[in-house]
Design a protein around this ligand. Structure first.
Ligand code: NAD
Ligand code: USQ
Length: 389
């Protein structure tokens, strides 16, 4: 299958390019290297060293004997998007090319507006370009479980049937996103659903939970094939941060009451889900939603699991809750469905089985994590000083 990956230089994008290409798919992709700049801007760096895109592509060719095509450019530039699609004629487009970080989007008005513009305009450009070039291609869009928020009822996969004042309908499940970043995914969802309706495009919106992990197996062959791994206050996600914290003897940092519960998925399982989705497309004109997560944990239990794994590796680990920089429910009901990918054959790893590998991979780069210790504790806050209640 010919798959075009938007955001091919990212944590998931580079991993997906290799994962699909090794499995016989023809892969091309685009990126403007924004993620590298954002992490530098917040003072972080990848714990696992990464090489340039050119070096990645060369190393991949050397090790696996295959080529991945790359275009450098901005998805917010319509002509660029159009050119890529015209040249590659994809059967599937996996859209990962957005600003993915909640704290970054909360920094100030510039970062909020940038995130909204970048994510929403990039997706609109893709939708319009698809109508011109490849209206039958399948758009696999990375949404987020965070679009739903944390309602006090079960969360279905995108839609639910509701009876109101004696009438019944199947409608999109309400969205209550918890950051300016998460809001962009909600806006994308509405735009994609509308495009499928009016233009007969087809799309799967993957409501993905929080991804963790250092690598996929194919990266063991050569260190130039590694993907990035962030742990700073903005771009590090919670399990990845806890593992990096454990390795340098920093206390693990559950925020607030620590009952925040999310769906989690290992990076290798995220790849498997995206492949399963791409090779099982919806009908022309169909917009569908899969909830893409494997296991559910609250952030305190997660910290306890990382502590156990660290101690098994001979590291002393302490857990110390800190004030929550975010505005979010700290104790809540959370029961989202995730059956559809399992029906397609998804069989996930267990987080406890993956932690030893993460800790041992990160131990090799302990000095790089130590060098950015001061960028671990959160300083970006959801509340504004002038808006205190
Ligand atoms: P990432 O930042 O590592 O990857 C995104 C890539 O897209 C980056 O390389 C960036 O440079 C590129 N990009 C962004 N805007 C662009 C633009 N306008 N033009 C060209 N390139 C652009 O993020 P990730 O963790 O790999 O996440 C990929 C996608 O998956 C994102 O959409 C994210 O919201 C979603 N997601 C991630 C997670 C997670 O835990 N990592 C969970 C759920 C959903
Ligand atoms: N958290 C802690 N301690 C930390 C870091 C985070 O308790 O040191 C808490 C947060 O407050 C939050 C939860 O852990 O309640 C998850 O935070 P996160 O930073 O791991 O993830 P989040 O901000 O939700 O964003 C990440 C990805 C994003 C994706 C989302 C999936 O960055 O791209 O959309 O996970 S989901 O959370 O399901 O919406």
């Amino acid at each position: 299958m010919r798959v075009f990956i938007c955001g091919i230089d990212g944590y998931l994008g580079w991993t997906l390019a290799m994962y699909l290409s090794v499995r016989g798919h023809e892969v091309a992709g685009a990126d403007s290297f924004l993620r590298r700049k954002w992490v530098e801007e917040v003072g972080g760096h990848s714990a696992i060293p990464i090489v340039s895109m050119n070096e990645r592509l060369e190393a991949y060719k050397e090790v696996y004997g295959k080529e991945i095509t790359f275009w450098e450019g901005d998805l917010c530039n319509y002509d660029f998007v159009l050119r890529c699609l015209k040249e590659f004629q994809p059967e599937a487009i996996v859209h990962l090319g957005e600003q993915p970080c909640a704290p970054y989007s909360q920094i100030d008005v510039e970062h909020c507006v940038f995130t909204q513009h970048n994510n929403i305009v990039g997706t609109l450009n893709l939708l319009w370009a698809m109508t011109e070039v490849c209206p039958q291609a399948h758009l696999v869009k990375l949404g987020t479980m965070g679009e739903y928020g944390t309602p006090n009822i079960d969360i279905p996969e995108g839609f639910f049937t509701i009876e109101y004042r004696g009438r019944k309908d199947t409608l999109p499940f309400p969205k209550q996103a918890g950051s300016w970043y998460h809001q962009t995914k909600v806006h994308d969802t509405h735009n994609i659903m509308f495009a499928c309706k009016i233009w007969n495009l087809r799309s799967t919106d993957l409501m993905q939970g929080v991804v963790y992990g250092t690598k996929i197996e194919e990266m063991n062959a050569d260190e130039r094939l590694c993907t990035r791994f962030d742990f700073d206050e903005a771009f590090g996600t919670v399990i990845n941060r806890y593992c990096a914290q454990a390795v340098i003897g920093h206390t693990l940092t559950p925020y607030g009451k620590g009952g925040q519960t999310r769906g989690f998925i290992h990076i290798a399982d995220s790849m498997r889900c995206m492949e399963l989705t791409a090779v099982n497309p919806p009908e022309i004109g169909e917009y569908r939603v899969f909830n893409q997560w494997a296991e559910r944990f609250d952030v305190t239990t997660l910290a306890q699991e990382v502590k156990k794994a660290g101690e098994a590796a001979g590291i002393k680990v302490e857990v110390k809750p800190i004030d929550n920089p975010r505005v979010e429910a700290e104790k809540h009901y959370y029961n989202p469905d995730h059956q559809k990918l399992f029906d397609l054959g998804f069989r996930p790893h267990k987080m406890v089985d993956m932690l030893p590998e993460m800790i041992s991979d990160l131990m090799k780069h302990k000095d790089r994590i130590e060098a950015k210790r001061e960028h671990i504790l959160p300083t970006i806050k959801w509340r504004r000083d002038g808006a205190k209640r």
